[in-house]
Write a protein that binds this ligand. Structure first.
Ligand SMILES: Nc1nc2c(c(=O)[nH]1)N[C@H]1C(S)=C(S)[C@@H](COP(=O)(O)OP(=O)(O)OC[C@H]3O[C@@H](n4cnc5c(N)ncnc54)[C@H](O)[C@@H]3O)O[C@H]1N2
Ligand code: MOO
Length: 637
């Protein structure tokens, strides 16, 4: 068969089966090493650890007071206080002191009346062994402090040291080579030439490996060249316990991992039935695991967790705790292809007494959407379509308590929302803000169905609130809401610096050679554009790029800046951030729609107070003029 065609057949094994196969393919016998206790946090015990000494090593006073012999105090009573002579009948002790010979109880200071320098008086008998810590009360010599295969936590260090243990036998860490591959990759921080991107998966892999207890060995970028890759994998397999190769595991012309691993050893499997993360390669070189992970960040990080984390747990013979789960109600339909297990990132908000989950953009390349996700839906291979309104389980990526105190804004997007997010943190308000950029109309729709706490809208208000009130009445008839102005920014054309295309207005949109970039339906910006086209009698089909929709104003500005579009709609803040020119069209106030019950909640009141403060208004005004929020000065520009 033609080599290039053969390569295209990716396997389709279920994730669970693939993982099982991987684990069954390797038996590890890691070394044991002894490490000083203070350095043992996160390490895994190789053997049970027993106390060498007792703690406390002697009977010790548990309170400040006097040590006595209990039977000599039997006659003390309030009616007949008993006097004790220090050094004869009793001995002063501080908490932690050894109990003096012959004494068997401690009377606390508060129960003693001092008569003179040598004499004290008590009004009740001491109870034998009261306020005395017996030998080994904390840890007894010979007692097991830690079982085998236990991951050592900070609290364990203290018990070990208390029990006279200074070194612990731990399982050596697996040394894992991290090999990012791709000729397009350059180390972060360099100036990028066209076609180059920063290598960043390696840092994420290394950090996860460390968190899970392995020792990453980042070996630098390998160019797309089978000979170089072969050498790199061989060297890594010789110097490390396992090898993680990133990218080049799919079927492209420069995806060599499969062939190289087959040549050097054995391919266990190539391709799993997941989305994202399908092009995974599991292999063996020099009898060591080689794991090829897809290049797209989300696919890469998920697959690292599916395959490398269990391998680490297998090495140490420990079990990772599963993530907490939460029942959530889907805000939108979630489609999944039959035959593949799907992993969908969601943001989760607590609305009233239930949790609403909204799917985040699903591209496997969107590292930011993974970083922002509150949870992960795991959709079984045969599940098919999940409908909006359905209840499903989500694995939590953030603590539920954090989700519980998050206000959720859905709708339009503007840098002023970022400002708000940061101010809430800086003022240490007892809640945080999560934003879903789904467009003004969908934001209102979501608010109407109880899918968020507030909507952010910019729908062509004249500044008097009339137009925005009209939209609110339409979507939320009869509902009492507060309209809170966040920004009174103008909307206009974004063009490259110096306006090289000579763009002058709507009528130019259908001019030959002008490439427009549009926003998705339901966004305030799109609504504005469509009205503008109608008013100017322009047929959308004559606008080059009318169908090219992106989901955020940042994407519009980035495309104009990069040169793949000549013009789009945006705000001065964006123009300034991206170094573009701005041709204003009209004011387009950006408002929060806050239902009364939210406005009257504690978080709502604090939020409104913040937005109305002079400091916030000044920062927002400067942002509108294109200033950047400066984190250091506390007041923005
Ligand atoms: N014809 C087909 N094309 C693709 C398929 C397919 O089945 N048929 N699968 C797609 C899927 S799904 C994925 S996932 C990717 C995986 O491809 P590779 O593992 O070969 O990865 P690359 O193509 O080299 O890179 C993808 C993407 O990720 C960027 N990347 C790679 N390494 C890094 C790194 N270390 N740091 C940051 N970014 C990285 C790379 O530049 C690309 O943009 O293939 C699809 N294609
Ligand atoms: O499997 Mo790819 O990881 O869908 O993006």
């Amino acid at each position: 068969m033609d080599e290039s065609l053969r390569k295209q057949a990716l396997g389709n094994m279920s994730l669970a089966e693939a993982r099982e196969r991987l684990l069954l393919s390797f038996r590890f016998s890691p070394q044991t090493e002894r490490v000083p206790v203070p350095q043992a946090r996160g390490r895994v015990t190789a053997e049970p650890v027993y106390a060498r000494l007792s703690m406390p090593p002697f009977p010790a006073a548990a309170m400040d007071g006097i040590a006595v012999r209990a039977d000599r105090t039997r006659d003390a009573s309030p009616a007949r206080p008993l006097r004790l002579e220090e050094g004869v009948d009793c001995h002063p002790v501080d908490t932690g002191d050894p109990l003096p010979q012959g004494m068997d109880a401690v009377i606390r200071l508060e129960r003693i009346r001092r008569i003179d320098g040598r004499t004290v008086e008590i009004r009740e008998p001491a109870v034998p062994w009261k306020h005395v810590r017996s030998v080994g009360e904390d840890v007894a010599q010979g007692e097991m402090i830690l079982p085998a295969h236990h991951r050592i936590r900070p609290v364990d260090l203290g018990v070990l040291l208390a029990g006279g243990v200074t070194e612990v036998p731990v399982i050596s860490k697996p040394r894992v080579a991290v090999l990012p591959t791709g000729s397009e990759l350059v180390p972060p921080g360099r100036a990028l030439k066209r076609g180059e991107i920063f290598e960043f998966n390696g840092a994420v892999f290394s950090a996860y490996l460390e968190e899970w207890g392995a020792e990453p060995d980042y070996r630098g970028i390998v160019r797309d060249d089978p000979e170089l890759l072969k050498r790199a994998i061989l060297e890594a397999a010789e110097g490390c316990d396992w090898v993680v190769v990133n990218a080049g595991s799919s079927v492209g012309s420069e995806d060599y991992t499969h062939d190289v691993v087959r040549e050097l050893g054995e391919v266990i499997l190539h391709g799993v039935a997941t989305s994202p993360g399908s092009p995974v390669l599991l292999g063996k070189v020099r009898n060591k695991p080689v794991i090829g992970l897809p290049g797209y960040p989300v696919a890469a990080y998920l697959a690292l967790e599916w395959f490398v984390r269990p391998l680490i747990d297998h090495w140490f013979k420990v079990k990772a705790d599963p993530r907490p789960r939460l029942r959530v109600r889907l805000e939108e339909d979630v489609r999944s292809k039959e035959g593949r297990e799907h992993f969908v990132r969601v943001s989760i908000g607590r609305i009233g007494d239930r949790y609403a989950a909204r799917p985040l953009p699903r591209g496997a390349g969107s590292a930011l959407s993974l970083a922002r996700a509150d949870g992960l839906l795991r959709i079984p291979a045969r599940r098919g379509l999940l409908r909006a309104g359905e209840e499903v389980e989500a694995e939590l990526l953030r603590p539920k308590e954090r989700i519980d105190r998050t206000l959720w804004v859905a709708g339009g997007q503007d840098p002023v929302l970022e400002l708000l997010v940061n101010r809430i943190r800086r003022e240490r308000l007892p809640f945080s803000l999560s934003t879903a950029g789904i467009g003004s109309l969908r934001g209102l729709h979501s608010l109407a169905r109880g899918g968020c706490h507030m909507a952010a809208i910019h729908l062509g208000d004249e500044g008097d609130g009339v137009e925005h009130r009209r939209w609110v009445r339409r979507f939320l008839p009869g509902k009492e809401v507060l309209l809170l102005r966040l920004a009174a920014r103008p909307l206009g054309w974004l063009v490259a610096k110096g306006n090289p295309a000579g763009f002058s207005g709507a009528e130019d949109l259908s001019r030959r050679g002008i490439r427009f970039i549009n926003r998705q339906e339901g966004s305030g910006t799109r609504l504005f554009l469509d009205r503008l086209l109608r008013e100017n009698g322009i047929d959308p089909s004559t606008v080059d790029g009318y169908d090219r929709e992106v989901l955020s104003p940042w994407e519009v500005a980035a495309a104009v800046e990069e040169g793949s579009a000549d013009v789009g709609l945006g705000t001065p803040a964006l123009a300034r951030r991206f170094g573009l020119d701005f041709l204003p069209l009209r004011d387009d106030p950006f408002d929060l729609v806050i239902p009364l019950e939210v406005a009257e909640s504690e978080a709502g009141r604090l939020l409104i107070e913040l937005v109305r403060s002079d400091a916030f208004r000044a920062a927002a005004a400067s942002l509108e003029k294109g200033g950047l929020e400066r984190p250091a000065d506390g007041h923005g520009e």
